[in-house]
Design a protein around this ligand. Structure first.
Ligand code: PNS
Length: 158
């Protein structure tokens, strides 16, 4: 039996923190479906296709990892894929309240459970928003994101 999980997010853009979660999920599960939300509420810096390409590029060497786009309810994606478990990273206590709410809602809606992976301490301060802000003001993000993301950020913000 294939043991699969869905790892959802906006990934605008993917960071080394996201990759850490994907890599660890891929060690424990046969199939990791990275699900990229199409309509991010705030206008995304990167288009959906760019976010998908950057994720596919960064995860190409990881066995069992696939990247898809989604819109609507995450539990509907899980149902369509036949996957009953969501994986989320937790950076700090501040993440927990909202993540717990979403996990409980997803379980209420469709019985889909959520597994939380504590973010590695090396990346616990990292977020896509902060990366974009640092890049916008000329800061160096090369060691915080995959190389292709750093290159595109430089292009977008200069
Ligand atoms: O990277 P993000 O922005 O924190 O990811 C949030 C995401 C995509 C996981 C969340 O917004 C989501 O699941 N959206 C899909 C809509 C949905 O299912 N909402 C109800 C969940 S309680």
């Amino acid at each position: 039996m294939t043991v699969a999980v869905v790892y959802p997010g906006s990934f605008d853009p993917v960071t080394n923190g996201h990759l850490d979660v994907i890599e660890r999920a891929a060690e424990g599960f046969d199939r990791v479906v990275v699900a990229v939300l199409r309509n991010v509420s705030k206008r995304p810096l990167f288009t959906l296709d760019e976010r998908l390409d950057l994720l596919r590029d960064a995860t190409a060497a990881l066995p069992g990892v696939e990247v898809i786009a989604f819109e609507g309810l995450l539990v509907d994606v899980c149902r369509d894929l036949g996957v009953g478990l969501i994986v989320k990273g937790l950076r700090a206590a501040a993440d927990f309240e909202y993540e717990l709410q979403m996990a409980q809602m997803n379980r209420h809606l469709a019985g889909v459970d959520t597994l939380f992976l504590p973010t590695s301490p090396a990346w616990s301060y990292l977020s896509s928003s902060l990366v974009k802000e640092v890049a916008r003001f000329g800061g160096d993000v090369a060691d915080l994101v995959p190389p292709a993301v750093a290159a595109l950020l430089r292009e977008r913000t200069t």
